[in-house]
Unconditional design. Structure first.
Length: 317
């Protein structure tokens, strides 16, 4: 299958392209700026795209069967570059869908985020939960989702929206925009300094998902794309359980000790021991019942993904 992935220089897109290439797909990556250090498989075609140009996107999508839309700013850039973020979410997505329609592309997978639901993300969360997060990172994803959903009637494009929880793992290249991610950050800290400095409350709970699981799920849905629907298919893509930051730290410490032979020193900033001991783990149930009913069960162990990440940091930093 000929697959076009947007956001080629991003954390998920780079790993995804390499992974899908191994599944015998033909891959084209669209990126705003070509990067000689992208280090992708030579079988993967990398081309520059201009989100403001319908003509450019129309040419880029020639011969494509499926689009995986993974482009978009991170949370920090969505605030600092608000005007550009809004323009990309609206005009860029509009141009992409029109170009897809011109090329008779009838399927698109959009990699959205669990953070469209709320901030902080707490309680029971399923696909019917109201979207209440007003942060630009969330609203920009919602704007893209809305356009993709409307493309079913407007352009007869079937779509799948995956609301991904907190994915982590090793990148294709070490300068990828992924070291702000909590588990990536603390693994790198531990390898480089033998310390883990935490500035968040350790009772904060998040749903962490191994990037390898995300890749497995995308491949699963490429094979099992549901076109018999009147509207877009929205699915929560997360792990079956959530972890507190304290629990994550303990797992990373264990894996560091197992692989590198030492226990990193943990420093919790801005909280004293008495306050910390009274904190109760937050409750988050990021429900993935719909995902499991679809038949997906190829989860990659969080510990194994952390091991891969530790080894990557040890070899590359």
């Amino acid at each position: 299958m000929n697959i076009f992935i947007t956001g080629g220089r991003g954390f998920i897109a780079g790993r995804l392209a390499e992974y899908l290439c191994l599944q015998d797909h033909s891959l084209t990556i669209g990126t705003r700026s070509l990067d000689n250090d992208l280090s992708l498989n030579k079988k993967i075609k990398v081309i520059p795209i201009n989100w403001n140009s319908y003509k450019n996107l129309k040419n880029a999508l020639e011969g494509i069967d499926l689009i995986i839309h993974a482009a978009g700013p991170n949370a920090t850039d969505s605030v600092n570059l608000l005007t550009e973020t809004l323009k990309f979410s609206k005009e860029g997505t509009s141009n992409l869908l029109k170009a897809a329609s011109y090329n008779k592309i009838t399927r698109i997978i959009y990699l959205s985020t669990a953070h469209v639901y709320a901030s902080p993300l707490l309680g029971k969360i399923n696909e019917d939960t109201e979207l209440s997060n007003e942060h630009p990172y969330a609203t920009s994803h919602i704007a893209v989702e809305d356009q993709i959903i409307s493309a079913k009637k407007k352009y007869k494009i079937d779509s799948l929206i995956l609301r991904i929880s907190n994915s982590f793992g090793q990148p294709i290249v070490k300068k990828a925009d992924c070291w702000y991610i909590l588990i990536n950050d603390i693994c790198k800290q531990a390898v480089l300094t033998k310390k883990i400095i935490i500035k968040s409350r350790i009772n904060t709970t998040r749903n962490f998902i191994a990037l390898s699981t995300v890749l497995n799920a995308i491949q699963f849905f490429i094979k099992n794309f549901d076109t018999n629907r009147d509207e877009s298919n929205i699915i929560n893509l997360g792990e079956k359980f959530s972890l507190s930051i304290e629990e994550v730290i303990n797992i990373v410490k264990e894996r560091i000790n197992n692989i590198m032979g030492f226990l990193p020193h943990v420093i919790i900033e801005n909280l004293n021991n008495e306050t910390e001991s009274k904190l109760v783990k937050e409750y988050l149930d990021y429900q993935t019942t719909k995902l499991q009913k679809k038949g997906f069960d190829k989860y990659y162990s969080i510990k194994d993904e952390i091991d891969d990440l530790i080894n990557y940091c040890n070899e590359n930093f």
